[in-house]
Unconditional design. Sequence first.
Lengths: 269, 207
Amino acid sequence: MAQTQQDIEAHRRRYEELRAAGQELTPKGLPKPTALGGAPIASDAVIHREHVPPGWYTTIRLRRGEALRIIDESGRSSVSLIGWREEDTSERINCADTVKVQWSAAISKGRVILSDMGRVLLSLIEDTCGAHDLLVGGSTPASTQAAYGTPTRNTQENFLAAAAKIGLDVRDISPCVTFFAPVMLDAKGRFLWKPERKRAGDFVDLRAEMNLILVASNCAHPLDPSRPAATGAVTLITHKVTSPAPDDLCRTASPEAARAFTFTERLFA
Amino acid sequence: MTNLCEPAYASDVPSERPWSRVLRKGQTLRIIDSEGQQAVDALLYAAGDPSERYSSQDTLRVQGSAYVELGTKLMSNRGRVMAHITADTCGQHDTSAGCCSCESNAVRFGEATKYQHACRENFILELSKHGLTKRDIVSNLNFFMNVPIDTDGNFTVVDGISAPGNFVDVTADMDVLFVISNCPQVNNPCNGFNPTPIRVEIRDPVA
């Protein structure tokens, strides 16, 4: 339908207002990173604790009201994550919507990871690191061959194996989020790796806003220049958390996040 | 850059509409931004086995940089080159922002915009002709869409720089199903807030 000049001007005005809010106001209101060693988990809140060795993956069922802590004990690991809504696995992590809706490719404490259905899949309620990748993705047979001269265990094959064990397949593997992967861009759009943004003991807490099946792959990020591959064990802890209150820091971070929370809650109303 | 041979196929794609066709290996698809500032969302699938499909993350990793431009190899989820960009009179294309959907529009622009046509509706309907579903929609290409990512990670859809008649040529390195949504978005500058028609032309390789 052809747009009138009035429509065009009104839409441009609203877009500029949203952009200013999203890139000027919202970042000022985001919380500071979690302190290393901070945010202890009460022992009676712990549901399950697991160590994932270098190169391996695990599948986690995370219910609404639970959170997943991912700890990079050595400061050398990166952890790639994909995930689906348990009741309808066609709903899944959507990296493009996550960065587009939040006006930023940099996610940190107070941000959310969105599904393709305009709902919040995970909230980043604790984060010591704030350097995670949504653009480049995980390692593959080709990337490990190029990096190490021989193909090694890699995230793409880990995701395939994990998906197969729950009745899913290659069609269900979306672009992934990689935690503790400090990928930045230079002024020309080239990717840079910033190792100084990784520390031993870095962790994130991801709160499930719907019932989820997640796959975490503990493989070196393809841009990590360490040779041999930078790897260490990572610890995953699923634990009980309180439901997001009206003043929840992720919900109130932006008008977009508030709307996404509202749409998510309708699944459970 | 100018290709004088007649196209083997040509079609105008009306504003807001989808299009798809199989490109044979060696054929070149020219996408023409007929009136300028029009985003064209695109997905590629291996014609023989559509579980092999375009992968934005593989494409960016192999390239080492964030934008699609002349020479960019469009990679599959199996690490193969599906096609590459062989001509480009615009110079600015995206593959990080995905496609618009009714659901993401409602989050971005308010719930009233849920009832506006969107690229994902186009993709779902066009893919259904080929036995594919929403599951098969991955993060797509956005030709003529200007999405700078700055050094702080700020991610912004800004005014397109493509002028009327600008085009991009995509040459197939395998037989591919090429699917387009001529983007209906009116809430951001990707289409100048006013969607317009595009033209597609397919040329055979020069003998």
